[in-house]
Write a protein that binds this ligand. Sequence first.
Ligand SMILES: [Cu+2]
Length: 315
Amino acid sequence: MNSLALINEFLGMPPNNASSHGYQIDHILEFCHWFMATLFVGWSAFFIYVLLRFRKGRQPVADHGGVRSGISTHLEFSVVLIEAVLLLGFAIPLWGKRVNQFPPGKEALLVHVVAQQFSFNYHLPGADGQFARRDVNLVSNSNPLGIDPNDPAGKDDIVTTGELHVPVNRPVIAELSSKDVIHDFFLPSMRIAGDAIPGSLIPVWFTPVKTGTDEVICGQLCGLGHYGMKGTLVVDTPQDYQAWLKERAELAGTQTTPPAPTQRPPGEPIGGAAPGTISPPGAPKPPNADAQGAGASPHPAQQLHNAAPAASPTP
Ligand SMILES: [Cu+2]
């Protein structure tokens, strides 16, 4: 990136853009931030100047005539003009491209993203390009998406949880939906995010231009385990992607499915509790919870949590 990325970096924005449209988004954000910084400094300087210039010592009697020069009008008109150019010339066309100009279906890779508390499931159509029918009544531990086992289109379908593989330099259309609450499928490195809403199918698209592994994050506070709702996006070379598809197809018959995240106690992240995790009220106690008090002193946050119910006044 160029030196203008200074503000984006300072604000903690992810530096690792790996999508074809991400540079445009980064540039417009950089420009907006510099523009806002300039306005902030300009207006602050003007404010301080006015405080000094029109202080009571120098201006004991108010001048009801007010400002006679047109400079403030020109300044305000320039600000409005720049904002209009930003909005009409850059922001709206960029947004229009994201929501209206989807890549043609043949060229793009279509994946169904089904969010649930607290993970993302991915459904790929397999070699035939046909998605199997999904039915909520068929959802079980071993069939988290409720795929109809009798649908011939589903024989080669691939379902994964937590990890999404895509090939580099090919547009990806992700159709977002949710099994429970509103989640948000956020790929920081792809500069894309879209809400996953129960009962809706929301498409988003991106073209990865760099191979590598990046994060998938849930961008909506979706429950106690929201903080643990992270996944992985792997951008493969076309050869690696084909190898991965082959591996998944071979695994499909033999794999043992881990317990679905809905079966975990609320608040427990996938892959075991993180250090210092506080169990939500009502969650089953871990087996060593009582032993903890006898030995080493518990985590301060845990102490607070334990003390809270006793300290609360009884009605
Ligand atoms: Cu979520």
